[in-house]
Design a binder for this molecule. Structure first.
Ligand SMILES: *Cc1c(COP(=O)(O)O)cnc(C)c1O
Length: 467
């Protein structure tokens, strides 16, 4: 299996190269040259497999023979050892045809663990084999950072610099990152928003001087391997629900367009999915795009679902590449326009293609709080605010056809203030996490100043060459 870039369809990269470099040199995102397919017969076999076995069979099609089967299996088994549920992704039946798929049983209590635990171990495996060391830089709107840190802490082949927007992530989200005491982990709070953090990461990656002294890599959701291992839970869930010839709808709380794009890939490669609902909060770039075919970037609005407070969803470039039938120059001109003019508009025929696969709705904060309360009264389940956005968006989209799956992306205890506001109820952390509130934090606050940030990385790095 080989990979190309959204900016260059002639490129031919191996899975390991794609994993380690994250972003292509031309600034594009990696995608497989050809989509593998799963036949109905193969899908039937998944019925009897557990999560880890399905992860092996699905990822194998994208990795090919680059990693020995026995090694890939070992990596996958190791990656799910610290999950709190044996079934890894558990689900609750809400009524006959609606489910809540809980993806917060990993070590940092959000769905990002499901891919990042494996990605961390894959990095370590390949780097050890190649006798290499890398510096990972990543921006986080809250949950990616802690999941990446947990996946990479104390690994000898990597060091991490994680940027979060200062005072714009929840207390628990921050503490999950800043209380990890490991030599290879550096937390930086940037006085800006998530998009500022992401822009700095992109700039660091293309900095000529830094490129000469670092081996950089990305671990945020632009990394293909993250998309790949998020496909697994879609396959897992569908394989466990026995509905003959039915297509599933998924409602996915969205920000950077990673999770819901993974659902789109699952559909492309043969999973019976009808519509994917892109649920957005008041940062409504994705819903405006899906419903009207244009994007107009506004300043990021801080909401009670902080992991979705994003205006520039990186993975959208992957969808656009697909829509434009791999036409690199069209992709490039659109993305450049988006950066420069903060707006793009697409042709009606492309919009139709989007709407064949996606529906979308924007959910206000007051509606999110209402749904939290309503859902608790009806089902006795406390949702986190991101998941509540997913449920509200589905109601607003008025999809009549079922079955329907709500993806639950985080544990509610990560957002106690919001839960209290909605339910007048104190939610406590699972016992295993009580230490978080007492442990000492360590992070550096830096102004939104490129050179200051760059110098800090050079100063703190243990892997930097010849300085
Ligand atoms: C990251 C995150 C999202 C958004 O997912 P994307 O893949 O960025 O669209 C939603 N909810 C939670 C809890 C998250 O951590």
């Amino acid at each position: 299996m080989y990979y190309e870039s959204t900016r260059n369809n002639k490129l031919k990269k191996s899975f390991s190269e794609v994993l380690l470099t994250g972003l292509a040199e031309d600034g594009g995102l990696f995608l497989p040259k050809k989509w593998p397919k799963f036949s109905k017969k193969e899908l039937v076999k998944f019925k009897k497999m557990n999560y880890q076995e399905i992860a092996f069979h699905v990822s194998k099609k994208f990795i090919g023979n680059e990693i020995k089967d026995s090694d890939l299996k070992k990596i996958i088994l190791k990656s799910f050892k610290n999950f709190s549920k044996k079934e890894i992704a558990s689900f609750k039946n809400l009524n006959d045809n609606k489910w809540l798929l809980e993806l917060f049983h990993g070590p940092t209590l959000a769905f990002k663990d499901y891919a990042l635990q494996i990605v961390g171990n894959l990095f370590e495996f390949i780097l050890k084999k190649n006798k290499n060391k890398i510096t990972i830089i990543g921006a986080t709107s809250g949950d990616t950072g802690s999941a990446a840190i947990d996946a990479c802490k104390n690994k000898s082949t990597m060091e991490l610099f994680i940027f979060h927007p200062y005072k714009k992530v929840s207390n628990i989200q921050r503490r999950l990152m800043t209380t990890v005491n490991a030599k290879n982990i550096h937390n930086i709070a940037i006085k800006g928003n998530f998009d500022d953090c992401q822009r700095i990461v992109k700039k660091l990656f293309t900095d000529k001087y830094l490129k000469s002294v670092f081996s950089f890599s990305a671990i945020n959701s632009i990394n293909w391997a993250r998309i790949l291992f998020q496909i697994i839970y879609y396959f897992y869930f569908v394989s466990k629900i026995n509905l003959k010839n039915k297509k599933f709808n998924f409602s996915v709380p969205s920000g950077n367009f990673g999770n819901v794009y993974s659902g789109y890939v699952a559909k492309k490669i043969g999973l019976p999915i009808d519509k994917l609902i892109i649920a957005t909060n008041e940062n409504d770039v994705l819903s405006t795009f899906t419903n009207n075919g244009y994007i107009k970037l506004k300043p990021v609005k801080q909401t009670i679902s902080p992991s979705m407070d994003i205006q520039l969803p990186s993975n959208l470039e992957r969808l656009i590449y697909d829509l434009f039938n791999k036409n690199n120059s069209l992709v490039k001109s659109h993305i450049e326009k988006l950066y420069k003019n903060k707006r793009i508009i697409i042709n009606k025929k492309y919009l139709k293609k989007i709407q064949n696969n996606f529906k979308s709705s924007k959910v206000t904060e007051s509606n999110t709080l209402l749904i939290l309360k309503d859902f608790f009264l009806k089902n006795k389940i406390v949702l986190d605010p991101h998941t509540a956005v997913g449920i509200a968006a589905e109601k607003q989209c008025k999809i009549k056809k079922q079955p329907l799956v709500y993806i639950s992306t985080a544990h509610p205890a990560k957002f106690p203030e919001t839960i209290y506001k909605a339910l007048k109820k104190k939610i406590t952390l699972p016992n295993k996490y009580k230490y978080l509130l007492k442990s000492k934090e360590s992070y550096k606050v830096i102004n939104l100043n490129y050179n200051k940030i760059k110098n800090y990385i050079i100063e703190k790095s243990i892997f930097v060459k010849n300085v």
